[in-house]
Design a protein. Structure first.
Length: 218
């Protein structure tokens, strides 16, 4: 018999073996190597960049579409307003001839607009990339000395960039008139707007012709 408190040699060996096996198991437990970590980070970064780029492309596309829609709507509204004003052209309340002044980028005339009283002095002017419309009431007496009310008729107009005339003038036979002193011979006014809301948009060209109807009766 062996005395209590002592361990046999076989027990010591078994304990030693068990202890050694435990250490070996801990040392061989699977994990990530440095290369695996680097590769994982690289792949994650590539995916993140791809997703971010796709999101930015989608955002740019949406902004381009919104800008194009806004620019087209603005051009159509501006041209319709211009046509209506020109067709309402008449002599000024002060007796002035209907056409006040004419140039490739500005056109001023007298017209009885729907919201006015009498023949107002209406002027369309391209200022930078905005086509403005100003209206001066005749007043009493009709001196047209009041401060004009101004509004934006069309936005994103890039005619100046392309040296494209906004306004062109023609006589009764369709011949172009460029001399302001020949204003009495003008029977048709053409308006052309080159719209480009953003550099990503292709330019849109809008053209319309307005006949000076009331001049036939003058």
């Amino acid at each position: 018999m062996m005395k209590r408190g002592f361990t046999s040699a076989s027990e010591e060996r078994r304990g030693s073996v068990s202890f050694h096996s435990s250490r070996t198991a801990k040392q061989t437990r699977p994990g990530f190597t440095l290369i695996e970590v680097v590769v994982t980070v690289a792949i994650t970064a590539i995916i993140f960049v791809a997703v971010a780029d796709a999101s930015l492309s989608l955002l740019r596309s949406q902004n381009t579409s919104v800008g194009a829609s806004e620019g087209i709507g603005s051009a159509v509204s501006g041209i319709e307003l211009f046509e209506n004003d020109v067709r309402a052209m008449q002599y000024g309340d002060n007796g002035a001839y209907p056409i006040n002044s004419m140039s490739p980028y500005a056109f001023s005339f007298y017209a009885d607009t729907p919201l006015g009283s009498g023949a107002e002095l209406v002027t369309y002017t391209l200022s930078g990339t905005t086509l403005t419309r100003s209206v001066v009431p005749p007043g009493y007496p009709p001196t047209y000395g009041a401060t004009p009310g101004t509004e934006d008729a069309a936005l994103y107009v890039h005619n100046l960039d392309n040296s494209t005339s906004v306004f062109r003038y023609f006589d009764a036979s369709g011949n172009p008139i460029t001399d302001p002193n020949q204003a009495a011979n003008v029977r048709t006014v053409s308006i052309t707007l080159t719209i480009q809301p953003t550099p990503q948009n292709v330019p849109y060209h809008f053209t319309a012709n307005a006949t000076l109807r009331n001049l036939h009766a003058l």
